[in-house]
Design a protein around this ligand. Structure first.
Ligand SMILES: *Cc1c(COP(=O)(O)O)cnc(C)c1O
Length: 389
């Protein structure tokens, strides 16, 4: 195809998606199956709030689906991350390595602990943290001292590394886990976008000591708002439950609390919706794969761009489809966004990189050239499962 890039891209999107799809939102929630029945069951029985059987059930269902030992349901994904960092031993004044290419929640949850995000670069293939660049960077700026990784410039401990699986694509998680072990960093996975994604058969979230899921309205499974902490460690799971339920000492009538906990539990009403949505997750994943495949076919001959595709060994949930320009070109990217949105296809750019935001501008960081280039190259295309129908 010839002509302007935005015309070629629009033609390919039109070829990939049925006309009936217009207007096509980026990612619409879908309510089918038992969604309504389970929510009404909460209302009919009066169990809408902090106690109820759907909370226990969604925790069991998540553990079963992911193959990770334990899941603790919480109020949202950001809260789940905050819990992860507390249980990872992140304290006020610590640093945590955070990809600059992520959604704001990853960095904010570090800040809620009184800790300092320390931004690191991403790689082109997965858009996740680059283990090779990170290793070289740590060799330059950090040293191991009595089993603690210390930032030589600031003198502060670097306690943890959080990685994120962008749009559901697994980052190079095995290499990053090995790096974390060498540098005595606790590995936390922000798996908010990765429910249903696997690396060599293992579900994402099972590689770090702790990980976080999100069930926000735009995620692949929604509870309206919600999240979960995943861990294979039963002691950590027990503590996550305790801390997120006000650290109340179990007793028939006494209200006794043994530390400063949170009220971060997921209400039963939200859990009920999540249980029904999880029943349909395999079907959602299959239909999302169809949408992704249509984009890959439609963009096969289009010059100047390519679809983001899973690397060998990755099984991807296709939460959001990513289109990548061959070269960083902010003006071309913005013309694409204009053209697609004008035509009724909701497309959007990457999140503004964390180190460019005013509250994080002074945080320590590596050279972030790769993420900087990707910011001017990547857009998301409409990705709802319903586009497969
Ligand atoms: C959605 C998301 C979260 C959590 O968001 P909540 O709205 O708090 O559930 C965290 N990290 C990433 C990368 C996300 O995409």
């Amino acid at each position: 195809m010839t002509g302007a890039l935005e015309d070629r891209v629009l033609a390919a999107v039109r070829a990939a998606l049925p006309d009936a799809a217009l207007p096509a939102p980026l990612h619409a929630p879908e309510f089918r199956g038992r969604d309504r029945d389970y929510v009404l069951d909460c209302i009919d029985t009066g169990w809408v709030s902090s106690v109820g059987s759907y909370v226990d059930r969604i925790e069991r269902d998540l553990a079963a689906f992911t193959g990770i030992g334990h899941a603790v349901a919480v109020s949202n994904g950001t809260a789940a991350l905050e819990v992860c960092f507390r249980l990872a031993g992140v304290e006020a004044g610590d640093e945590v390595l955070v990809p600059t290419l992520t959604f704001i929640a990853t960095a904010n949850a570090v800040t809620y602990r009184g800790a300092i995000p320390h931004f690191v670069d991403s790689e082109e293939t997965t858009l996740g943290v680059d283990p090779i660049r990170l290793e070289a960077y740590l060799e330059r700026i950090a040293r191991l001292e009595d089993g603690v990784c210390r930032n030589c410039a600031t003198g502060r401990p670097i306690r943890a590394l959080v990685v994120m699986h962008v749009f559901g694509h697994p980052c190079d998680v095995e290499a990053l886990a090995a790096l974390a072990a060498r540098w005595k960093l606790v590995l936390v996975e922000d798996a908010a976008e990765a429910l249903g994604s696997r690396w060599r058969g293992r579900h994402m979230g099972g590689f770090g000591r702790l990980s976080a899921l999100s069930f926000n309205g735009n995620k692949i499974v929604t509870t309206g708002g919600g999240g979960a902490v995943l861990t294979d460690d039963p002691a950590l799971a027990k503590r996550a439950k305790h801390l997120t339920t006000t650290a109340k000492v179990p007793h028939r009538w006494a209200f006794d609390h043994d530390e400063t906990g949170w009220n971060y539990r997921m209400p039963n009403l939200n859990a009920a919706l999540g249980c029904a949505q999880l029943e349909r997750l395999p079907d959602m994943l299959a239909r999302k794969a169809v949408v992704a495949e249509r984009y890959v076919r439609a963009f096969a001959g289009v010059e100047g761009v390519r679809m983001m595709t899973p690397r060998e060994g990755a099984s991807v949930n296709h939460w959001l489809n990513g289109l990548i320009l061959d070269r960083p070109d902010r003006a071309a990217r913005d013309r694409l966004l204009e053209t697609l949105n004008d035509a009724g296809y909701q497309a959007r750019p990457l999140w503004t990189l964390m180190h460019r935001l005013p509250m994080y501008a002074d945080c320590p960081r590596d050279d972030l050239a790769v993420a900087g280039g990707l910011e001017d190259r990547v857009i998301n295309l409409p990705s709802s499962a319903a586009l497969a129908d």
